[in-house]
Ligand binder design. Structure first.
Ligand code: NAD
Ligand code: ZN
Ligand code: ZN
Length: 344
């Protein structure tokens, strides 16, 4: 009999995940097997389970793209990692390696990119098959549970802040200070920026203040755009929108200073109205940002290894996944839930 593992599957969009016992997969040529120690739960996993986006994963699939674990087996021809290495299996599961985007370290937009926990089975399972050329190398001294939120939430917020091109001393707005945003506040402070945190939850704003935010705006009260313009003396040089909520996007554009950049990373399904005259006349840049390159990943992890950034985590077992996703839906997760695997 083949050795077995527990794994959670989305079998139907919009239905609870089903935890089943299945065969531990065997890594094929050029692949590795990773024994999961911890896996963060991202709001993207909720979008995936609900089938929110135009590009839909095939059913059934195992979500999870913040899986950290130990390499326990190598497929034929693997030399990039060795057994015993601690790695992360991220959203960017693999890419072609030779298109114009891969060559420019823009591999997340490669047409052949595969996505962990979406087009490939991910980390809500005791074992993950991974591509050794795209795993995250976890710095020594960073525990699996501490590293998990960094390989998506940390990477995406760090890269998004870089994409604003805000310089030290300038203002950034972090809109949505949950999983991504609570790390975004810390990255921005470590990068020498002034931070205005925006959320609809006073508890999350209070937490952002503890993490170093210089100004707080509750987007549910009064006129949040006017509040940000007042707090930042004319709007933020960079705005990072992580909120999975459409109204936050139009507001975020309004919060952007003249000649500033508004970076979109939250992906609620739908579209948002853009005030064209204001964007044009104020020379505002609106740009999307999708996780980050492998180089960005190494940088994002180094901030944590150097003690500049630390994820706030709540540990849960795999068996709690459906209640965790339900809590994410209602905004009831303070920062990041990390599933911890006991191992057997
Ligand atoms: P989360 O649920 O942990 O946090 C979302 C935060 O946004 C919460 O604090 C919530 O209170 C706040 N919020 C909700 N409505 C708001 C509003 N109108 N204004 C301001 N704040 C508001 O979610 P997360 O894991 O941080 O993910 C956030 C989004 O980012 C999701 O849509 C996810 O799919 C997306 N995401 C994108 C990328 C990417 O590469 N672009 C990567 C990871 C996640
Ligand atoms: Zn994610
Ligand atoms: Zn490519």
């Amino acid at each position: 009999m083949n050795p077995k593992m527990q794994a959670a599957f989305v079998e139907q969009f919009g239905h609870p995940l089903v935890i089943r016992e299945v065969d531990i997969p065997t890594p094929g040529p050029g692949q590795v097997l990773v024994k999961t120690e911890a896996c963060g739960v991202c709001h993207t996993d909720l979008h995936a389970a609900e089938g929110d986006w135009p590009l839909k994963p095939g059913l059934p699939f195992t979500p999870g793209h913040e899986g950290i674990g130990i390499v326990t087996a190598l497929g034929a021809g693997v030399s990039a990692v060795k057994e015993g290495d601690r790695v992360g299996v991220p959203w960017l599961y693999s890419a072609c390696g030779h298109c114009e985007y891969c060559l420019a370290a823009r591999e997340p937009v490669c047409a052949e990119a595969q996505f962990g926990g979406y087009t490939k089975n991910g980390g809500f399972a005791e074992y993950i098959v991974a591509d050794p050329n795209y795993v995250a190398r976890i710095p020594a001294g960073l525990a699996a549970r501490a590293a998990a939120p960094l390989i998506c939430a940390g990477l995406t917020s760090y890269k998004g802040i870089k994409e604003t091109q805000a310089r030290p001393g300038e203002w950034v707005v972090i809109s949505g200070v949950g999983g991504l945003g609570h790390l975004g506040v810390q990255y921005a402070k470590a990068m020498g920026l002034q931070v205005c945190a925006v959320d609809i939850d006073d508890g999350k704003l209070a937490h952002a203040k503890k993490l170093g935010a210089d100004a707080l705006v509750n987007a549910k009260q009064g006129d949040p755009v006017a509040e940000v313009i007042k707090a930042t003396g004319g709007g933020a040089h960079g705005v990072l929108i992580t909120a999975p909520s459409l109204p936050a996007f139009k507001q975020g554009v309004g919060m952007t200073r003249k000649w500033g950049t508004c970076v979109l990373v939250g992906i609620p399904p739908g579209e948002f109205p853009t005030p064209l005259f204001d964007v044009v006349a104020n020379c505002i840049t609106i740009r999307g940002s999708f996780v980050g390159s492998r180089r960005d990943m190494a940088e994002a992890l180094a901030f944590a290894a150097n003690g500049k950034v630390k994820a706030d985590i709540e540990l849960q077992p795999l068996s709690a996944i459906n209640s965790v996703l339900q809590r994410l839906k209602t905004g009831d997760v303070p920062s990041r839930v990390v599933l911890e695997f006991a191992g057997r």
